[in-house]
Design a protein around this ligand. Structure first.
Ligand code: PMT
Length: 222
């Protein structure tokens, strides 16, 4: 794939879900398998980059030649990504980060409430990619947008609101996107877009990284 266009560049990729603990045995999670992000990490490695993969709880082997940091919660992922992205050239946020966590994880297993509703109070998690964007020396930022409707409008809104250089939108309605082997992406940046039709995530990740390299090298030299 187009030679080693990212040789000598440091790329950080996040992948997988986050688990937000309710008590010692229960958590709030999501259906991300990590497949998309792991494929992106392998594609960045194939482009010659030095790659760090920050992975939520997933059951996938580490791509060869990629440095992996395992995390569980959104706050752990936030800290690991910010540490790894310090001085990095490109960040690709493919992780499905939990937007909320229980306000306080119970120290002991919760008991049934005798027919009364059990209420969980949720607190907002930090936005990792927005935190990166807030630094004046931030890497080239590629976000994902997982949407079930109005994909383009929400993706463009996230591109602008989060201060990203590019966003990869996927329609995750009807069993698409999460968990499965194939995906389709629509990439948006400030003055362009390209649709990448349905393909195995491994192939799609190489196409995505080719467009990321184009946009990144256009602004950061050969
Ligand atoms: O893992 P798979 O099973 O292969 O599935 C792939 C996928 C569907 C999870 C992936 O393609 C995808 O869309 N990942 C992003 C999912 C998501 O949470 O999107 P979002 O629209 O909620 O978030 C937008 C962007 O902000 C993402 O880059 C996300 O990583 C980032 N974010 C979100 C919340 C938060 N607290 N911090 C963040 O950095």
């Amino acid at each position: 794939f187009g030679g080693q266009r990212l040789r000598g560049r440091r790329v950080v990729v996040s992948a997988g879900p986050t688990y937000e603990d309710i008590d010692p045995v229960r958590f709030i999670g999501n259906r991300s398998s990590g497949r998309m992000g792991f494929a992106v990490a392998a594609a960045a490695r194939d482009a010659g980059a030095d790659v760090t993969l920050v992975a939520g709880p997933v059951a996938l082997p580490t791509p060869q030649g990629v440095r992996r940091v395992d995390v569980r919660s959104a706050r752990e992922m936030h800290d690991a990504v910010l540490a790894a992205a310090n001085g990095a050239d490109i960040y690709v946020g493919a992780a499905a980060v939990g937007d909320y966590r229980p306000a306080g994880a119970a120290a002991h297993k919760l008991k049934k409430t005798d027919g009364e509703p059990l209420r969980l109070e949720l607190t907002e998690n930090p936005d990792i990619i927005a935190a990166l964007a807030a630094s004046p020396t931030h890497p080239f930022l590629v976000g994902f947008a997982a949407e079930t409707r109005d994909v383009e409008a929400y993706a463009r809104e996230k591109l602008a609101r989060k201060g990203l250089d590019m966003i990869a939108a996927n329609d995750v309605g009807g069993g698409r996107g999460f968990e499965v082997a194939d995906n389709a992406l629509h990439l948006f940046w400030a003055d362009g877009d390209v649709a990448l039709p349905s393909a195995p995530k491994t192939a799609l990740a190489h196409q995505l990284m080719a467009h990321v390299a184009d946009r990144y090298l256009a602004t950061h030299g050969p």
